[in-house]
Design a protein around this ligand. Structure first.
Ligand SMILES: [Zn+2]
Length: 125
């Protein structure tokens, strides 16, 4: 995701805040500063332990009787908490724009026949 109008310190603070909720399992991946002013960044959220808190679980194979696959991607909830912790920051991800405090919007990551919502793709309660 692309973060605009925040500093690296803001990002680190948001990461600390998220890690308090997810037992320290969240990390930044592929961090890149995109502007000379230090106010534009590219970052991916990942988990340290794919079976730990905040891990995205791919459930597509469950539809066909298979097992869910634990991934190192951070889940929808982690992204929501991270965005909320970056007040005043514009976040662009997957062609969509988010701002801290916006209502979290869930989406169907499956298909019409086999709906699978982003918010259901993890073990968060
Ligand atoms: Zn979750």
């Amino acid at each position: 995701m692309i973060l605009s109008n925040c500093t690296k310190d803001d990002i680190d603070g948001a990461l600390d805040s998220v890690n308090q909720k997810y037992k320290g399992n969240i990390r930044l991946n592929n961090y890149q500063q995109l502007s000379g002013t230090g106010l534009r960044h590219r970052v991916t959220l990942r988990v340290i332990d794919s079976k730990g808190e905040g891990a995205h679980i791919s459930r597509h194979m469950e539809i066909f009787g298979g097992k869910p696959r634990h991934t190192t991607s951070a889940c929808w909830h982690v992204h929501g908490h991270f965005i909320d912790a970056l007040y005043g920051t514009k976040i662009t991800s997957g062609g969509r724009v988010f701002n801290a405090g916006d209502m979290w919007s869930d989406f169907n990551a499956g298909s019409v026949m086999f709906p699978l919502y982003a918010s259901d793709s993890c073990n968060c309660t």
